[in-house]
Design a protein around this ligand. Structure first.
Ligand SMILES: [Fe+2]
Ligand SMILES: [Fe+2]
Length: 360
């Protein structure tokens, strides 16, 4: 039979005498020995150091700007206001966005762990956590838009039209490529120092900030218009985080790191064009039917008021973002890669689809 806890307490041994005098304490200290050294790459020992005070300010101010996707006016996004093809097309656009924004939480969670393992300064770790929080919100926007317009979407509903079937076919192929990206990211992220990670992250942030602001201005669908505004505000903050950190890191780079950044910038163009422009063949494995179906779906979504930019406008947005990047990295001796697809000269660099680490 189990003993009463009271009985157990009464039977237990009296505690050993604790050192009381200063001499006892000295003796205790003399008996101490050090634990084995912790190998590099472990999150221990725990410490909090700050090198970049400006990042802490961004972190604190962001907490006051926080928003809740559930509180956007979703009740005004009524499936009955759209034709079936328009519904499929808007949900399709968000499913394509989800390849980038719904991978964000997992991508930044990995990167956040990496910053702990690398014993990055406390503000850097906090800012990764902040971006992580934002990305979960961005994912929820994709989720709510898709689930409202195509319940159980993007793949778990049965489309009634041919365009709807084409949409699901395209999404399955986009997810296939997203899965390849995730494999590469997982292998790459732990190998790179912070400067390289942030230089590649910056590309996505520069372009995302302008894309969402422009979509916010154009969108005629209330809940989505508001969502684009909030997401654009978050992306602008991510951009500030990247810029603040890179101003410190870029002047300290070695030649090898500079070359790696050139490669990652080219990889960033290839991967992010999947949402910011049109997916280049260099990474994206897509069947012949994908591009014409994509264009038709984008046209439907634009007609429904989603605020999609034309291909020419996206090209120009992307070009401006990359020229901004070029102006930022070239003074530090980093060769900007050639991106002839959108008219940017530079150095021809190799592309390895297994090592893509850019994020959106
Ligand atoms: Fe995002
Ligand atoms: Fe971002």
């Amino acid at each position: 039979m189990a003993k009463d806890p009271e009985q157990l307490l009464q039977q237990s041994e009296p505690p050993p005498d604790l050192p009381e005098t200063a001499a006892d304490l000295e003796q205790l200290l003399a008996r101490c020995s050090e634990p084995p050294a912790i190998p590099a790459g472990n999150i221990f020992p725990i410490e909090w150091h700050t090198d970049t005070e400006a990042l802490l300010k961004i972190y604190e101010s962001a907490r006051r700007q926080s928003w809740t996707p559930a509180e956007l006016p979703w009740q005004r996004l009524q499936p009955a206001d759209f034709t079936p093809d328009q519904r499929y097309a808007i949900a399709y656009w968000f499913a394509c966005l989800a390849v980038f924004d719904s991978s964000g939480p997992a991508v930044f969670a990995r990167a956040l762990i990496h910053t702990y393992e690398q014993h990055e300064e406390d503000p850097v770790r906090k800012c990764f956590f902040l971006i992580e929080r934002d990305e979960v919100n961005h994912e929820e926007v994709c989720q709510r838009a898709i689930q409202t317009l195509t319940p159980n979407g993007p793949l778990g509903y049965t489309p009634e039209t041919t365009l709807g079937k084409l949409a699901q076919h395209n999404i399955r192929w986009y997810f296939h490529n997203g899965a390849r990206y995730w494999q590469g990211f997982k292998q790459g992220v732990e190998r790179y120092p912070l400067a390289i990670l942030f230089a590649s992250f910056l590309m996505g942030e520069v372009a995302a900030a302008t894309l969402f602001q422009q979509m916010h201005q154009r969108c005629r669908i209330a809940a989505l218009k508001e969502a684009f505004g909030k997401v654009g505000q978050d992306e602008t903050r991510h951009l500030r985080i990247c810029l603040t950190l890179l101003q410190q890191l870029l002047p300290r780079l070695g030649d090898d790191e500079k070359q790696q950044i050139s490669k990652q910038l080219r990889a960033g163009y290839v991967f992010l064009s999947g949402i910011l422009y049109e997916p280049p063949e260099q990474f994206w494995q897509l069947p012949d039917s994908w591009r014409p179906a994509h264009q038709l779906l984008e046209r439907q979504a634009a007609d429904a008021g989603l605020g999609i930019l034309s291909l020419d406008e996206r090209r120009e947005n992307w070009r401006q973002a990359l020229l901004r990047m070029k102006g930022l990295v070239e003074p530090h001796g980093i060769a900007f890669p050639a991106i002839p697809e959108i008219g940017i000269d530079g150095k021809t660099v190799a592309f390895d689809p297994a090592e893509i680490i850019p994020v959106f």
